[in-house]
Write a new protein. Structure first.
Ligand code: DAS
Length: 345
């Protein structure tokens, strides 16, 4: 091996091409606009997976790729049923000996929720990579083609094994746990508050850090054992807020409420009595923060969580906290256990 080789791994040339399955769900990466100048005006979820793959001959030199069309929807419309169906198919494929990695093409709006859900429930070391695009393939400087080639590159790369579910966007490799859509009009839309795990450059993955929170094979949640998810809703904190939304969600059958609080997950004085009453009725109250680049909610900071028997979401944003709360409630109805789960995942 050359004196300047970066790692002790087999060089790419010596490794047989990986078998990668692309599961397509829709989104902008499958979108189409009327003209090349339409980067924001287009229809998502139009192009079928076989056309996406056929449109990228570069993929043949990256891996043996085959596609499956699981859904063809814009991801803002994802339901819990979609999450469960997709998760079960990913687990099935990951358990297959002739699959080395899995890519999921997905809308960017809820990509972070699906990536975290899979990170928590798919018991496999194989790379699972979620990918989307901010512009349709019909637009000038469309980002979907390179994003998809990069996602397949990572899904077929043995160094991506055991890193949890990943999201590959804009040349960056993010943890499915941390990644969030921070911008909605640029191709550098996805951020991880504590930084990406690595980069993909000219067909090679470069890693700089590894996830430390529990995931995939080290998770107590197993998609093959989950048939339904409890209702968990999110209510925003803001000036002049009241407890009306929280009560409405409770009346609709929510088992837990994620409070997307201001700053440190703070709760307005006018809302505290209503939330305490809902806790008394058996709903779980989980404090997250609405800040969008790294919230950090700690117990008994600004709210007496021990006294109120509330849970804190730590650094999980509200939409991620909802995913974990749904899974946690399939396992426990105990606040201390819920809090343990939020510290560990
Ligand atoms: N509507 C968006 C979605 O499907 C389009 C996109 O950005 O992918 O998430």
């Amino acid at each position: 091996m050359g004196a300047y080789a970066q790692t002790a791994q087999t060089t790419d040339a010596a490794r047989k091409p990986a078998n990668v399955v692309v599961l397509a769900t829709g989104g902008t990466i499958a979108g189409a606009g009327a003209s090349a100048s339409n980067s924001a005006t287009y229809q998502a979820a139009k192009v079928p997976v076989d056309k996406l793959i056929a449109g990228l001959p570069e993929l043949t030199s990256v891996a043996n790729v085959r596609g499956e069309q699981v859904f063809q929807i814009a991801s803002e419309s994802f339901t819990n049923a979609n999450l469960l169906q997709l998760g079960k198919r990913v687990a099935e494929l990951a358990a297959s000996n002739d699959v080395d990695g899995i890519v999921i093409t997905h809308g960017t709006d809820t990509l972070e929720e699906t990536a975290y859900f899979l990170n928590l429930t798919v018991h496999s070391e194989k790379p699972v990579v979620v990918v989307g695009s901010m512009r349709p393939g019909t637009a000038l400087s469309a980002d979907g083609a390179l994003n998809l080639v990069n996602a397949v590159t990572v899904a077929g790369d043995p160094t991506a094994r055991g890193q949890g579910v990943l999201a590959v966007m804009n040349d960056e490799i993010h943890s499915g746990r941390d990644v969030t859509k921070a911008v909605n009009i640029r191709t550098d839309a996805f951020r991880s508050p504590w930084g990406p795990l690595g980069m993909v450059v000219e067909g090679k993955s470069y890693w700089f850090r590894a996830p430390v929170k529990r995931h995939t094979v080290n998770s107590e949640f197993d998609i093959t054992q989950i048939s339904e998810l409890p209702r968990v809703d999110i209510a925003y904190g803001y000036g002049n807020v009241s407890d009306v939304a929280y009560k409405a969600f409770a009346d609709a059958g929510a088992k837990a409420l994620i409070h997307a609080g201001t700053g440190n997950g703070s709760v307005a004085a006018d809302v505290v009595p209503g939330l305490r009453a809902l806790r008394e009725k058996g709903l779980f109250i989980i404090r997250s923060s609405r800040v969008n680049q790294g919230g950090f909610v700690l117990r008994n900071a600004e709210q007496p969580d021990d006294k109120y028997d509330w849970v804190v979401a730590h650094d999980l944003n509200p939409q991620k906290a909802r995913i974990l709360a749904m899974l946690a409630l399939t396992k426990t109805q105990d606040t201390r256990e819920l809090q343990r789960i939020f510290w560990e995942y």
